[in-house]
Design a binder for this molecule. Sequence first.
Ligand SMILES: [Zn+2]
Length: 369
Amino acid sequence: MSKYVCIDHFSHPEIIEYIESENNRKDYCSYCNHSAELVISIKKISDYARKIIEQEYELFENSSHFSDGYNPYDNDKDVAITTFELIEYYFYIDFDDKAIVEDMAQSINEEFWAYKHELESPPDENAIGRWSEFCKYAKHIGRYTLLNDKSKWAHSIFEIGLITAELDMHIDLPVGSKIIRARQHTALDILESFSDLTSTPNEHAIYPNRMSPAGISMFYGSFDKETAFKEVFNLYDLNTKDSITFGEFEVEKELTLLNLSQVPEEKLLDTHLFQKRFLNHFASLISKPIKNDGLQHLEYIPTQVLTEYFRYVFKGISGIQYDGIMYKSSKVENKDCLVLFLDHEMSKQYLKLTGTSRHKFDDISGFNL
Ligand SMILES: [Zn+2]
C-alpha cells in the first residue's frame, strides 16, 4: 500500500515549497496517523530526493571507486555513502522521523552512492574537488594555455562565465559614483594629483596582487575611507611610511562590475550548483587577507587567471563586458572593495579626482588600529 507523509515532517523551505507547489491533497499521514493538511506520497517525495542526490552523487557501481576495486562496506576508505545518509543530509528530517527516511530510501531502492568528482568539492572540505583541481592546474601545469580552446578547462570556465550573466551577477557604477583609494607613504611624499593617487603605472606595478600579476596595473579601491585604509595599511611599514593620503574619485563613464560580493545562494535542486560553488570559491579566495609570506606569486595565480578571463576572453565570446570586479573586503566586515581593469593611463578616461585628504597615523584614531 502506498504511504503518504504530511508537510509537518519537513523543515527545509525548498522542500516545503515543493510539496505545496505539487498541489498535493489533504489526506491521512502514514506517520503521524491523522488526517493532515498537505500530504505527498512517499514515492513522489523520494523521486524528488533522487533528483537532488543525482546532482552530486552517482551510483557507486558506476563510479571510478568501484572500477578501482573499492569496497563500499569498507568504512575506512570513506568513498561510499548510503541513500539513507544522503536523505538525512539533504532533507534535515527529525530524528524521531527515521521511519520516513527509511521508507524513502527503500523507495529509491539503491544502496550506495559515490561523489561525482567531475563536479565541485563535496561538503567535506578535504576532498579534492573541481576548484582545487583548477587551482592546481593553474599553479603547476598550464596557466597560460588553460583557457585555450582545447584545454579541459576552457568549456567549464566559459559556462561559469555564462552563469554570471544568467544570474545577473553584475552591478553598475553609474556616473557620479564615489570610489576611495588610500596610499601609505613617508612624511616627505606629497600626493595630491590624479596621477599620484590612481593606479600605479604598469612599469611600477612590481608586486603581484590577488587579481593582477606583477607588471599589470589595476585600480583597486573601496567605497568608504575605513575600508580603503584597512585594505592598504601595513603595520610593518609604519616606521618609514607614517602617513596616508586618501583620494576620492568620481566615476565619469558608467562601469559594470562582476559582483562577487554576493554570489547567489545554492538551491537544493539547482541546475547551476557547480558553477555557483566555483564562483563562491573564487569569491572567497579574492577576499582572503593577503599574506606576505613570499608565496603570493604562486597563490594568486588562480584568481589572476580568472580575472584575466573575465576581462578579455569572456568579453570576446559573450559580448558581456565587465570593467572590474566587486568583492567583499578581507579587512572590514560587510564592506565591499573593487578592482577596475584600468591601468594608470586608462583610469583617466573613466575617473576624476574630486578630493584628497592627508593624515598622520596618530590622527586616524577612528579606525581602531
Ligand atoms: Zn504527518
